[in-house]
Design a protein around this ligand. Structure first.
Ligand code: 0O2
Length: 265
């Protein structure tokens, strides 16, 4: 049997991971640019190490010449959400692309069906097309969608698995199950205050954007308005900086906009 040239073998997967993470990051940034709440908090990607691919192939009795077709997570992209409620929204965003820039092959819901280890996450296996020097080809990729709490648990459990070479001692396994329950409760608890958190996030974003506009107006007006007018504007801004309401800031912005119109700046 031919020895796998790993560098060559993994290159298309690196391309797929780079493209997928970039596309999803752009989508996430677009929400933010539009001032909307993004159901995606962070996107990461990785290509599985050759040793890990071979371990998995051995464990699942996959011959080396079938690795490409049967090991589904050589290319892996992780989408982290703040709240459990964001997960169905991300799933919908992915499903919307089915038949466009990817094909969904399978979905595995380990959130409804938690694994015995305590692992929770939503997996979508896709076929992803790439263009290479030798032409068109498709690779398999696994998208893992999970909350920050699910991720915290999974990353910790994964490193323990690595430390104990897959044989985590029973007492630690039990503690991990308790931690998984705690992560589940944390997700539920966070859901109950989700609306308040989302309101606070929107409020801060709006306040930052109003402040930026006000500072822009003040800077532009400095060269044309009177010293007295600018002192007054600055005084109002300082007064509102810490405790001003959004309405107060909107009023200041409107007054400055009017002044800018009068002065033609
Ligand atoms: P890595 O290092 O993240 O790539 P199986 O071997 O049966 O667990 P299968 O059938 O290929 O996996 O698919 P599954 O279970 O849908 O998804 C596999 C991937 O999901 C794993 O890849 C992990 O990333 C993650 N995962 C699944 N179960 C667990 C778990 O109990 N704990 C943690 N921390 N992650 C899990 P790899 O290859 O195991 O690891």
């Amino acid at each position: 049997m031919e020895v796998i040239n790993w560098k060559e073998f993994l290159y298309p997967y690196e391309q797929a991971v780079a493209e997928l993470t970039t596309k999803l990051q752009f989508l996430m940034n677009e929400y933010r640019r539009l001032g909307l709440y993004s159901p995606m908090e962070a996107i990461t990607g990785r290509v599985k190490q050759p040793s890990s691919i071979l371990d998995k192939a051995r464990k699942k009795h996959i011959p080396e010449d079938k690795i490409e077709e049967e090991v589904e997570d050589i290319a892996g992209v992780r989408i982290i959400c703040q709240f459990v409620e964001d997960i169905p929204k991300v799933i919908a965003l992915i499903r919307r692309r089915d038949g466009q820039d990817m094909t969904i092959l399978e979905e595995r819901d380990y959130i409804t069906n938690t694994k015995p280890s305590g692992y929770r996450s939503y997996h979508i296996i896709i076929r992803y097309p790439i263009q290479t020097v030798s032409g068109y080809r498709e690779v398999l990729a696994e998208l893992q969608i999970r909350t920050l709490a699910m991720n915290f648990w999974a990353v910790t459990e994964h490193s323990l698995k690595y430390k104990y070479r897959g044989q985590i001692p029973e007492d630690i396994k039990e503690r991990l199950i308790h931690c998984a329950e705690a992560a589940f409760n944390l997700d539920n608890e966070m859901s109950t205050i989700r609306n308040e958190i989302m309101y606070a996030q929107r409020y801060n974003k709006l306040k930052d954007s109003l402040m930026a506009d006000i500072l822009d107006y003040i800077q532009n007006l400095y060269s044309v308005a009177s010293l007295q007018e600018m002192e007054q504007a600055n005084k109002r801004l300082v007064g509102l900086w810490e405790n001003g309401s959004l309405d107060d800031l909107k009023k200041l912005k409107a007054d400055l906009a009017q002044m800018a119109e009068v002065y033609g700046v």
